[in-house]
Design a protein around this ligand. Structure first.
Ligand code: SAH
Length: 500
């Protein structure tokens, strides 16, 4: 009997990658992806804890699966990832029908744990050590690195993949739960990262995105030699068959000149830098324990602009943080109006148990004010994004075609491989471009003449005869999964590849 699994993923790119790895491991044990949750023998939720909203969504999903579990007690229900680590046995107290609670540092155990539950062993909780109460080494060891096997069916598209450079985070920003749920920062060996990229390229991957909580803090010391992110980029740039390299997320203080120069000099590295400022006021940055001032941030931005005048810089912002006054919010607004960010992800502050802000500062900005500040800041960013995008009209851009545009995906357009649809892809500076073209261009790099611009995307026409003639193999079906990147810190994929 075939065993079928269904996995729902919320949160960031780390979670997308973790889901890919869990599915790869289960497929090796004979599991297949189900068409939907109701036909699955196991349902997993790969969870996020960064804001309360992300957790609420999972607890409601658990409420819904309860009925299915009542009908089919043999169904295995698993809660994986950051919320499992944060809430631990609370998950089963709130939802006793859950069989498995597995933190991000224990995901390699999932195949064995599922079999144990199916054999009647009862519910299982596997999480890493808390960040207090044990030595750093012991805590680090309890977050086991887990990037062995990959599964193309789980990727945003078959020709794009994430590669982890680090696990965990040591920055301890006052608002952020990540260091608590993903453990101490631990770098992966450069040889491992490069070997993984080589393997992905052999499987047809054209673009890799290096991911770490603060990816530009990457350091690997080996026999007196330190490898930094710029050194990694140099090695990856030399890989035949790889076309594009991105990396997220950057920490402002670690944006060193060697990295900026590497982005300029290495042809495959995208001119796209996500460097969250979080706030425009020094007083708030201090309360956030971000470790830099706005002066420092602007100095860094100046260095980027000087070396990479055309690079897209993007940011995250939190509005309504503890004690945020009108004047402090105004400072964030001023920053968005003047810094020229390609786009910003704006979040309303959500207190996270276990963090310094939750312990020491009152969440005293009313929800209505948070909402209003969110709206005003988004409007300012929209204006800035539009102004930035208008400069592209009349230019020709190299675009990696990712799939149907969001519009045609919504319409469930199915033009067949030779038919024309509205496709979407991204430029080297991560701008979304939509254009009408045959579906067979998905996965290729084409030149597009830009004719129009909105705040969040460009549109244009494929330049005649310039489409690269590289055939695309049929991508695998994207079934067995549901992605909800509502809480993601970066743009959700512009599009998915055609389903076969
Ligand atoms: N280090 C990763 C993940 C951080 S979470 C990264 O930088 O991408 C992504 C974003 O969520 C953060 O940059 C921050 O803007 C926002 N965020 C984190 N904790 C938050 C909280 N408690 N409330 C609201 N937004 C938060």
């Amino acid at each position: 009997m075939t065993k079928r699994l269904w996995i729902e993923t919320v949160g960031c790119q780390m979670n997308v990658l973790d889901s890919e790895l869990v599915v790869a491991a289960l497929r090796r044990q004979g599991w297949e992806l189900a068409r939907d949750g109701s036909q699955a023998d196991a349902v997993f939720y790969n969870t996020c804890s960064v804001r309360q909203h992300a957790e609420d969504k999972i607890y409601s999903a658990l409420g819904r699966i309860r009925l299915e579990k009542a009908k089919r007690p043999e169904l295995v229900v698993g809660v994986l990832g950051c919320m499992a680590q944060k809430d631990q046995d609370l998950v089963r107290r709130r939802a006793p029908w859950v069989d498995l609670v597995v933190g991000p540092g224990q995901l390699h155990q999932v195949p064995a744990l599922v079999e144990a539950v199916r054999a009647g062993g009862g519910p299982r909780l596997e999480v890493s050590l808390d960040r207090k109460g044990a030595s750093r080494e012991a805590i680090a060891r309890s977050f086991e690195s887990y990037d062995p096997d990959r599964d193309p069916a789980m990727r945003p598209t078959p020709f794009q993949a994430f590669i982890r450079t680090q696990t965990g985070c040591d920055k301890f920003c006052a608002f952020c739960v990540v260091p608590h749920v993903r453990g101490p920062e631990q770098a992966r060996a450069p040889d491992t990262i490069v070997a993984e990229a080589r393997k992905l390229v052999a499987e047809g991957c054209r673009e890799v995105t290096l991911i770490g909580q603060t990816v530009n803090s990457y350091r690997w010391a080996d026999g007196g030699r330190t490898t930094r992110l710029s050194d990694l980029l140099l090695r990856l740039d030399a890989l035949d068959g790889l076309d594009r390299i991105k990396f997220v997320t950057n920490y402002p203080r670690d944006m060193t000149d060697d990295l900026i120069t590497a982005v300029r000099d290495l042809p495959k590295v995208c001119h796209y830098l996500h460097v969250p400022a979080q706030h425009g006021s020094d007083a708030v940055l201090t309360r956030m324990k971000r470790g830099y001032t706005i002066g420092d941030y602007m100095e860094m931005l100046g260095r980027i602009r000087e070396t990479l005048p055309e690079a897209a810089v993007t940011s995250d912002f939190i509005v309504g943080y503890c004690g945020e006054t009108d004047a402090e919010f105004q400072a964030t607004l001023d920053l968005v109006r003047t810094a020229g960010f390609k786009n910003s992800f704006i979040f309303k502050y959500s207190p996270r148990p276990g963090t310094k802000a939750h312990e020491r500062l009152a969440d005293d900005v009313p929800e209505e004010t948070k909402k209003e500040r969110n709206r005003v800041l988004l409007e300012a960013q929209e204006e800035a994004s539009l102004a930035g995008n208008l400069r592209f009209i009349g230019t020709r851009q190299r675009v990696l075609v990712e799939g149907l545009s969001a519009r045609d995906e919504r319409r469930e357009a199915d033009p067949g491989p030779e038919g024309t649809a509205q496709l979407a892809g991204r430029t080297m500076c991560d701008r979304i471009v939509v254009f009408d073209a045959p579906l067979r261009l998905v996965g290729r790099i084409v030149d597009v003449e830009i004719h129009a611009a909105g705040a969040w995307s460009l549109s244009g026409v494929v330049a005649d005869g310039l489409a690269e003639a590289v055939p695309l193999e049929d991508p695998p079906a994207a079934c067995g999964t549901a992605l909800d990147l509502h809480d993601i810190a970066l743009p959700r994929p512009a599009a998915r590849g055609p389903e076969v």
